[in-house]
Design a protein around this ligand. Structure first.
Ligand SMILES: Cc1cc2nc3c(=O)[nH]c(=O)nc-3n(C[C@H](O)[C@H](O)[C@H](O)COP(=O)(O)O)c2cc1C
Length: 206
C-alpha cells in the first residue's frame, strides 16, 4: 500500500492521485453528467458550525483545486477565518458511481489569475458579479434587477472589469479519497494523505 518508490519521490503519489482524478473527471464528462465539475464545498465558522454549498471546479494543477466566487460571501467570510475546507464530488453516471473527497487549506489565487478567468465569463455573469451582494439579505427581486441595470449602464460599450470582491481560491489538498462503488456494497476506498513532504497511499474499510 505504501510503496518505497513513493518515499523516494514525494511528488509521485500526489501526481498519481491527480492523474486518477483527471481520468475520472474525463469519464464523468463523457458519461453525460450535466455538471461533472460541480463539487460540494464545506466551510466552518468560529463556533464550528459547518456550511456546505455547490461550486464549480475551474482547474486542477500541482497547486490544487481552483474555484471562483465572491470574497465577501458567507463562504468568503468563513474562508478568511478558517482556511481548512472539504470538497466532495459525486459522479452518479459512472459505472457503480464514484465519490471523491478532498480536504485541505485554501488560499486566494493571484489577481492576474482571477482577471484571466473573469475575462472568459459571459458578459451577463460579469455584470452579475458586480450586481450581486452574494449571501446578503435581498429585500425583493426588483432591488437586484435595479442593480443589474445600474451596472449594465455603468459598463455600457466597455469590457467589464473584475470586481475587487470577486476571484479565485485554490485548495491545496492534504487528503484525497477515491470511493468506487461496487456490487453488494463491497465498495473500494483508496486514500492519499500528505505527511510532511510526502504522501502515503492506503485503503479504508468501506
Ligand atoms: C451547479 C452549481 C454551481 C455553482 N457554482 C458556483 C460557483 O462556481 N461559484 C459560486 O460562488 N457559487 C456557485 N453556485 C452557488 C452556490 O452554491 C451558493 O449558492 C453561493 O456561492 C452562495 O454561497 P454562500 O452564501 O455559502 O457563500 C453554484 C450552484 C450550483 C447549484
Amino acid at each position: 500500500m505504501n510503496g518505497d518508490s513513493s518515499r523516494e519521490d514525494p511528488a509521485a503519489l500526489y501526481q498519481e492521485a491527480l492523474a486518477t482524478f483527471d481520468g475520472l473527471l474525463d469519464a464523468a464528462r463523457a458519461s453525460g453528467d450535466s455538471e461533472p465539475t460541480a463539487m460540494t464545498l464545506a466551510t466552518a465558522d468560529d463556533t464550528g458550525r459547518v456550511s456546505a454549498r455547490v461550486v464549480l471546479l475551474k482547474g486542477v494543477g500541482a497547486d490544487g483545486f481552483r474555484f471562483y466566487t465572491n470574497y465577501e460571501s458567507l463562504k468568503g467570510a468563513q474562508l478568511a477565518a478558517h482556511a481548512q475546507v472539504a470538497l466532495c464530488f459525486h459522479w452518479k453516471l459512472l459505472n457503480e458511481q464514484v465519490q471523491v473527497r478532498i480536504e485541505g487549506r485554501v488560499s486566494k489565487t493571484s489577481g492576474a489569475d482571477s482577471d484571466a478567468y473573469f475575462a472568459t465569463r459571459a458578459r451577463g455573469s460579469q455584470i452579475g458579479a458586480w450586481a450581486s451582494l452574494q449571501s446578503q439579505a435581498l429585500p425583493d427581486r426588483a432591488t437586484f434587477e435595479a442593480r443589474v441595470a445600474e451596472f449594465e449602464k455603468r459598463f455600457e460599450g466597455v469590457s467589464v472589469p473584475r470586481p475587487p470582491h470577486w476571484g479565485g481560491y485554490v485548495v491545496r489538498p492534504d487528503r484525497i479519497e477515491f470511493w468506487y462503488g461496487a456490487r453488494f456494497r463491497l465498495h473500494e476506498r483508496v486514500t492519499y494523505v500528505r505527511e510532511g513532504e510526502g504522501w502515503i497511499k492506503g485503503m479504508l474499510y468501506p
